[in-house]
Design a protein around this ligand. Sequence first.
Ligand code: 6R9
Length: 643
Amino acid sequence: MIDRDLYPVSPEWAARAHMNREAYEAARVAARETPEAFWAEQARRLDWITPPTVIKDVSFDKDDFRIRWFADGALNVCFNCVDRHLPERADQMAILWEGDEPDQSGGLTYVELHREVCRMANVLKSLGVKKGDRVTIYLPMIPAAAVAMLACARIGAIHSVVFGGFSPDSIAGRIEDCGSRLVITADEGLRGGKRVPLKANVDAALEKVAVETVLVISHTNADVPMTGGRDFRYGELKQGVSDDCPCEPMNAEDPLFILYTSGSTGKPKGVLHTTGGYLFWVSWTHELVFDYRPGEVFWCTADVGWVTGHSYVVYGPLANAGTTLMFEGVPNHPTVSRVWEVVDKHRVEIFYTAPTALRALMREGDDPVKATSRASLRLLGTVGEPINPEAWRWYHEVVGESRLPIVDTWWQTETGGVLVSPLPGATDLKPGSATRPLPGVELQLVDAEGGVLEGATSGNLVITDSWPGQMRTVWGDPQRFFDTYFSAYPGKYFTGDGCRRDEDGDYWITGRVDDVINVSGHRMGTAEVESALVLHPDVAEAAVVGFPHDIKGQGIYAYVTLNAGVEATEALRADLVRHVRAEIGPIAAPDVIHWAPGLPKTRSGKIMRRILRKIAEGETGALGDTSTLADPAVVEALVAGRG
Ligand code: 6R9
């Protein structure tokens, strides 16, 4: 069956948009047939110190592997995001800030942002931070987070932002992996009326790994302990530096940041993005996908600790002379109307969020939405996970009053920015489909053996050529980069996602095909949760799978085998959940813990996750082929033990 639920591009959108259907088709052809000329022309949107002449230098082949874009160009990201807007837009708001409580708001104009960034950059320099050094940032959603990122970019330091919801152990692992010299944190964050003990978490992390310096920003003014010689109050150091700091000229391929993301195996990978290609990609996609005009109020609800926050809270909007809104709070505090009240208060024009947030709000009914005006909105977007058509329609009809296009944007930490999405002036919308690849993005669907699938079909999503925003390597482990993404299907980038293509050629992402689960739009490796569980002294073995969850999209289902003699009690269950929260962070907390007398394994000892997934989904009648099981009784016991 073809899904004929179609929302065509309106004539007004086709007329006003940066890219209409004809322009989109022409750009696709140009990007494919004359990539050098096409990207050289597009890249002129950035302000280059030395414009690039070498545009695309890429090979996905094992023996000749390289990904380089604009490789002889020089530029500075901070200059592009701040300084170049000063002549025309010094007094325009660059960052609008909405705090946890409705009476807390503020922000920075471009001239203020410039001053703040220069000060922070000079403080970093005074603490010995140099080009190429790594700086870990562990901050709440406050303007200082963007200032810290931009200050690093200004002096050529590589930032590694760690999401404020991650635990001390997770912070320590990330600091150690990239060898940060310095951590920038705040006393506390605030979320939904609760205090987040950021500095205390950093202190706990630094019991496991050392850094030279901790820079502490006062946010709640909590009285946090300071370690002499190591910890410094930013507010004090800031007084002693100049508000003028030159931008370091950077090669296009110099690293900009590292961001850790979960994979199917091992510890999180440090995804490395570089200066020219990344900035170009987020700027270009932000303009095209959201049909963005300088000065429009853009609200992406993601935390800066995730790639969506990097690309569409900070770098994309600021590169495009935008006004970006940072929200420290949560959607249901103090009421479930908060999101829409913030839209009205700041006259938000473009709103970009995750399906999980929409599903949670949808559950509260239409009244909290209808109590607000939302008249300022002109475009809606989603990201992070597939959106179910029901949530899409609610977003369209209730939030958007059937007048606003919705862009369902598919991309990954690894891709830097959006790769597949409708363009509001060019693409007819289908609820649940990310529709078409952007110009320059060459998708294929392949079967497990790598055979290319044509026409309307389903398969594994691969990308056959590079795009400027592609990640360049895994920090410190280029072999892992190649093995993870380029070895399954030689010569192609494997996304890890399954996908369907319909008769019209539109793409429908179906979800991960590897052992990564998508919890509330956040990636979590099952292996990470398993490692955390087996660290508990009472746990012998654990296997974790995803299962469908009404709000989160996927929930975390953990099968746990206890050590001999340990009793499976409710108290132990609660303790295991607490333990995982402490090891990784609240987002990794299992939704279900299933006491397993044993785990289903093949005769060679491999856990049969397929069976565990089926049991978690409640499909115990359709377990498929179980003939390779070492001990079929294990499965019977698990089915019987499902609560
Ligand atoms: C940007 C971001 C990437 C994974 C990706 C896919 C899922 C993201 C999606 C989507 C369906 C969309 N995903 N956007 N699935 N439709 N519009 O989320 O990056 O955290 O690295 O996650 O998220 O499974 O592979 P990241």
